[in-house]
Design a protein around this ligand. Structure first.
Ligand code: NAP
Length: 234
């Protein structure tokens, strides 16, 4: 299968990229600056999703079967920040985590409709979409909750065309995004809140992405798999 995955340089996306390759798929990864293997595009730039999509289509001989929207940021802003700081944090997080994923999803849906052979989209959201997040992360939780609504909309709107859309909702997962926090004073408190007794590994989230991207039955479209050690059950 021809698969495009964003944010494949490290963390969850890096693990999913490597796993999908090991399974023999034709995987094209992306990151902000790119590399010999990865295509580049800063998703804070409104023009980036279309440029990434067009480059990916070229590199994958005009056919993409699966889009994985994994890239994301987890930046904090204080609830008593200045209006300008607050608005710019919201704008940046919503642009990267929500708008870029929606833009890429729209391009994928259009491509799948044109080809008439269906396709899959897997969006990496977060436990925060259901549970909310810390007082420094209203915008992060809002971005993931909104992306959940996009997943459901695509699933319902295009299932009849063979276009399936899924979500993965990790809880705390060891990656650069969380490493510092987990090693600091907050770490022990986080673990105490997870019945499984540990945070998720990037490999566990990667396997969930792989399954949804390749194997999940069509009737599961619109669903989201939690990977959070039962720290939030819904
Ligand atoms: N880790 C967790 O505990 C956790 C929990 C719930 C959900 N998630 C979600 O899982 C996904 C991956 O998280 P992670 O922990 O693996 O993150 P990570 O280790 O920080 O990696 C983030 C990835 O996204 C890319 N990225 C960041 N900003 C970008 C931008 N402006 N333009 C293009 N690419 C950008 C990075 O590329 P560069 O290397 O080029 O910067 C990198 O490949 C995110 O959507 C995150 O919200 C993570």
């Amino acid at each position: 299968m021809n698969i495009l995955i964003t944010g494949a340089s490290r963390g969850i996306g890096g693990a999913a990229y490597a796993l999908l390759k090991r399974h023999g798929h034709n995987v094209l990864g992306h990151s902000t600056r790119g590399s010999d293997l990865l295509i580049a595009g800063d998703l804070a730039d409104p023009g980036a999703p279309r440029a990434i999509w067009d480059t990916a289509l070229d590199e994958l001989d005009g056919r993409i079967d699966v889009l994985v929207n994994n890239a994301g940021i987890y930046e904090s802003v204080a609830d008593n920040a200045t209006d300008d700081e607050w608005h710019s944090a919201w704008h940046r997080t919503l642009t990267i985590n929500l708008q870029a994923a929606a833009d890429l999803s729209r391009l994928a849906v259009s491509h799948f409709l044109d080809r008439g052979e269906g396709g899959r989209i897997v969006n990496v959201i977060s436990r925060a979409a259901f549970r909310g997040d810390s007082p420094q992360h209203w915008h992060y939780a809002a971005s993931k909750g909104a992306l959940l609504a996009v997943i459901k909309t695509i699933a319902r709107g295009y299932a009849a065309d063979g276009i399936l859309c899924f979500g993965v909702a990790p809880g705390f997962t060891v990656s650069e995004m969380t490493e510092e926090y987990l090693q600091g004073r907050g770490g022990a408190k986080i673990i105490a809140d997870i019945p499984l007794g540990r945070v998720a590994s990037t490999d566990e989230v990667a396997e969930t992405i792989r399954w949804l991207a390749v194997d999940a039955p069509a009737s599961a479209t619109g669903s989201v798999i939690d990977v959070n050690g039962a720290s939030y059950v819904r």
